[in-house]
Write a protein of this length. Structure first.
Length: 213
């Protein structure tokens, strides 16, 4: 990736982006990611000296090419596609506080570890196309992706500390196995060994063989 021509500084706050979208007649979803309207993107991307990237007072976005349409084969759902221009916009790689964003960090981390298959929660599925774009730009191989369904409460919120979900009991193998059985029931896995004498190793082996994508 040619940083000098692909990145540009951005001073837009979330409110600024929301106001710009409102002026364009676009409703900004509450507490959700908004499509960046390109407010700070320069008309011409010029070459900048590398030291400018150290400016921690501004965020840095990646300038997407026109018609940036990402297609990929998803392990569970088959062929998928996303138009990054219309569904995401130029996205941030480094925040104004100097920290690199999840999108860039996870791509580099996975590549450095040689990860070939990635399993995450379904709430992160919308990030996949961005990560694939960065993988291509950085010359990294593309892993296989699978996103598992979330366990939701009666309000449709995912179980977490924020929603006061019951803590998973893993104090010993017996309790850990009970929690795993709850998870596989939610995922629809059946015909797994249920006897009291079944060990964790035996159960995990059976669950692995039962799993079907």
């Amino acid at each position: 990736m040619n940083e000098s021509k692909s990145l540009y500084p951005c001073i837009c706050s979330r409110q600024t982006i929301a106001n710009t979208l409102a002026n364009l007649g676009i409703d900004a979803p509450r507490n959700q990611e908004m499509v960046y309207p390109g407010t700070c993107r320069p008309a011409t991307l010029t070459k900048n000296p590398p030291e400018i990237l150290r400016d921690t007072k501004k965020a840095w976005r990646i300038a997407l090419p026109k018609n940036c349409h990402i297609e990929f084969e998803y392990l569970a759902l088959g062929p998928q596609s996303q138009n990054l221009n219309t569904e995401v916009g130029d996205f941030v790689l480094r925040r104004s506080d100097g920290l690199f964003t999840y999108q860039l960090a996870v791509v580099v981390d996975d590549a450095e570890q040689g990860i070939t298959h990635i399993v995450r929660g379904q709430d992160l599925l919308s990030n996949t196309a961005r990560q694939m774009y960065l993988q291509e730009a950085l010359g990294y191989p593309r892993p296989e992706y699978l996103h598992l369904p979330l366990v939701l409460d009666e309000h449709g919120e995912k179980l977490s500390k924020q929603t006061l979900a019951t803590q998973i009991n893993t104090q010993d193998e017996k309790h850990a196995l009970m929690e795993l059985r709850k998870a596989t029931k939610h995922l629809g896995l059946n015909n797994l060994p249920y006897g009291e004498n079944v060990t964790m190793t035996e159960w995990l082996l059976a669950a692995t063989h039962t799993w079907k994508i």
